[in-house]
Ligand binder design. Sequence first.
Ligand code: ARG
Length: 480
Amino acid sequence: MSNEQTKMWTGRFCEPLDPAFERWQRSIVFDWRLLPDEVAASKAHASALSAAGILTSDELASIRAALDAIAADHSSEAGQALVRDHSTAEDIHHFVELSLTNKLGPLGLKLHTGRSRNEQIAPDLRLYIRRQIDSVISGLISWSEALLAKAEASGETVMPSYTHLQRAEPVLVAHWLLAYVEMLLRDIARLQDVRTRMNFCPLGSGAVAGATLSLDRTLVARELGFSAPTANSIDATSDRDFVLDYLQALTFVGLHASRFAEEITLFATAEFNFVTLPEAFSTGSSAMPQKKNPDLTALIRAKVARINAAAQTVTLILKGLPLAYNKDLQETQEPVFAVDFVPLMLDLLARFTANLGFNYARMTEAAQSGYLNAMAAATYLVHKGLPFRTAHEKIGNAVRYALEKNLELNQLSLEELRTFGPEFGEDFFAAITLEATLDCHSSIGSTSRTRVKSALAETRARIQTIKSDLKQQEASYAGA
Ligand code: ARG
């Protein structure tokens, strides 16, 4: 191998690199994951070179075929390991150049005409993240559908809602589950926004000032499924906002997953006993034979730490970084790869949710004790003309009295109730049944049975729309 092949920039150097530093500064050990993206971007660049008259159409065909072969040769696990463990390649760009030159001889070296690694890494990382976003979104859809199916299956079953982790008011189990679906639909929209914002092509930006050849950047952008070329070469070669945007969007996903995981962990305790953990997703204890531990939810509760750490890392790398490309930017890659577990995590959550047992009897029982109808009771007095504050006070007094007698509000006699106010009538008891307590919450977004029924249908339709939009989007990329 000639010197110009083993290193990309030895011309102006007299001394060799310190071997430890040489190994330390290489990114091939992690950027091997970008091979399919580097190949796709290189093929598009070759087309632009040919359109600019730098490559003949035969040369273009040879280069594109060789690039495809390089991708195919290294798509298996063993092939990926060959890239990762390559002895001389400095990074994935260098690896592809070396492989191409091995296959094609001097023609392979022609590909690097009119481009710089500073611009190459930018589209590679965008393509990689774009693919990850699509997988995360599809994971979010699966998990949403699993939650929705559980919500539909729960019918009119009730459970307590909590504020301050104290029993608050009864809600439909479906209403509680739909709360999580809302979070996930926001996550999908957020990721779509990130995708739209980042879907511009930096190729043709050169090292910093732009390409030294008149390349057709629109052609390149189109071939790679980007909406358009980026507008400024300095920005394009130094921008990693899209990395942070992605990691921040994933932080929300992690937060939502962790809140669900925590509630399920809590609800699976003997003290709550609202849910039964699927055995396929639980572990035993090597010491205590009776244990079934919620390891899946515990691990998920912790994962958001890693996601947010990745976002923090990129924030700190970018802080105060002068324009344009600096090698610091290489350090933004590993945080991206560190969150590659998210699609699998969402797949596990979807299947865990589908197999989660709901102890409806226990949930209903919990919703029927502890004065969860007190607010509905106060509203009854409001309908009798009392200001809410006064009504609140009177029901508060009634609750205190009932607590002393160890009774629920509906077990008090009308006579007893009237000691708190003359407004109480026989119709009070109908106003504080479980059904009435639910159904008085009848405004948009509330837990009344009719509202939740339509919320279920609307949510199903929203998910359907998201899915068909995605199909269309996919079709438009395939045709790009
Ligand atoms: N491996 C580098 C990165 O990830 C690619 C760009 C290097 N550019 C350079 N001039 N050394 O950022």
